[in-house]
Design a protein around this ligand. Structure first.
Ligand code: HEC
Length: 151
């Protein structure tokens, strides 16, 4: 075998090893696959946010205080107008939201509902409270169709 054939064999072997690494698990690219224990940790982390959002959505004063937000000054919690997060249609965002008057993500609509019907104080779109509210709304609508831009 001459030198150039040898390098072709080596290249071929390297390619095969690369394929093996990619196909060895869902994480691929040399990472080790996700373990059941890690999956549980990720799920627990998600559900912890859903629970915080659930409390905020239902007007829990202690959680609002803990997260430093004032979502309503009318005594009306989100859940009074949106029982079980009904009619929040998270899968329809982003879309041009005529009520807000601009192309809006779910968080923009949440802030509109805080400021207008609830007469509360808008929250930082990157805040923990916003992420928790989104987590609760998305979780409540799990299984619904993603249909962005729909009115
Ligand atoms: C007093 C009743 C009321 C309260 C309280 C209220 N909302 Fe709403 N919400 C509405 C109405 C009315 C609309 C429809 C607005 C529109 O599309 O013109 C709406 C729409 C929404 C939508 C968008 C639905 C869509 O299909 O575009 C989201 C998301 C939402 N609200 C979240 C919240 C959250 C989160 C809270 C609590 C912070 C809240 N709402 C509190 C009345 C309320």
């Amino acid at each position: 075998m001459n030198a150039s054939n040898a390098s072709r064999v080596l290249l071929g072997a390297g390619f095969a090893i690369g394929l093996l690494a990619v196909s060895s698990g869902p994480a691929g690219a040399g990472q080790s696959p996700i373990t059941q224990q890690q999956l549980k940790q990720y799920d627990d982390a998600f559900m912890a946010e859903v629970r915080k959002g659930d409390l905020l959505f239902h007007g829990d004063a202690a959680m609002a205080k803990q997260m430093g937000v004032n979502l309503s000054n009318t005594g009306m919690a989100c859940a009074m107008c949106h029982p079980m997060a009904a009619d929040t249609h998270p899968g329809s965002f982003p879309k041009f939201q005529t009520t807000v008057g601009k192309f809006s993500a779910l968080r923009d609509m949440i802030n509109w509902c805080i400021e207008k019907p609830s007469q509360g104080e808008q929250i930082d779109t990157d805040s923990g409270a916003m992420k928790a509210l989104e987590a609760y709304i998305y979780w409540s609508n799990s299984g619904s169709v993603l249909d962005t831009g729909k009115h």
